[in-house]
Design a protein around this ligand. Structure first.
Ligand SMILES: [Fe+2]
Ligand SMILES: [Fe+2]
Length: 191
């Protein structure tokens, strides 16, 4: 069965978002001094680049090619959340963003009669995304002495607020295309 226009668009959108994630974390990794964060962030951006490849490959298996899209989810993020002021804030916005990504993919996995190619791609990506949430959460715990636990919690709340706003806006903007995802009921990832 051929891909619908909406599915084609959504899978291409995921690919573009993964490319943007990789570029964002790659640039950041380039600025860091040797440290455990430099190590994990390098693996992180390499994973996101692979995810962009998996979507490209998946679309190929489905007999098509990715649509060229100019904007990605992240573009609206910094606008809504404000520019992160330090590494802790970057880690905080990353944690909020990665949770959003996992929830979005979980939502997609719950779509009835999902194509096997899409299901396999999401499951493959989710294994890495779980680690992304894990290491960033650990990195933030490691920053508590320097930045203060309450300050980190407040920063996370601020970015969560911005995330909700951006996601609501994205759903509104692309309602017709994302409609098939709204029917499914995923289990949200724990905070
Ligand atoms: Fe990813
Ligand atoms: Fe990720």
């Amino acid at each position: 069965m051929l891909l619908s226009d909406d599915e084609h668009w959504v899978l291409s959108y995921y690919r573009t978002s993964e490319i943007n994630g990789s570029l964002f974390f790659g640039r950041l990794a380039r600025t860091l001094k040797p440290s455990p964060i430099q190590h994990d962030l390098t693996k992180h951006f390499a994973d996101e680049a692979q995810h962009a490849w998996y979507w490209t490959e998946c679309l190929g298996r489905l007999g098509t090619r990715p649509i060229k899209l100019s904007d990605a989810y992240q573009d609206q993020y910094l606008e809504a959340a404000g520019l992160p002021a330090n590494l802790m804030e970057i880690m905080a916005i990353t944690l909020v963003f990665e949770r959003r990504v996992i929830n979005q993919y979980a939502k997609h996995l719950a779509v009835p009669d999902l194509r096997v190619e899409v299901k396999e791609t999401i499951e493959r990506i989710m294994r890495d995304e779980r680690w992304h949430v894990q290491w960033v959460r650990d990195a933030l715990v490691g920053m508590e002495d320097k930045f203060g636990k309450d300050n980190i919690a407040a920063t996370l709340r601020r970015f969560k607020e911005a995330d909700r706003e951006v996601y609501a806006h994205t759903l509104e903007e692309h309602e017709a295309r994302l409609g098939f995802l709204l029917e499914s009921r995923p289990t949200p990832v724990e905070d």
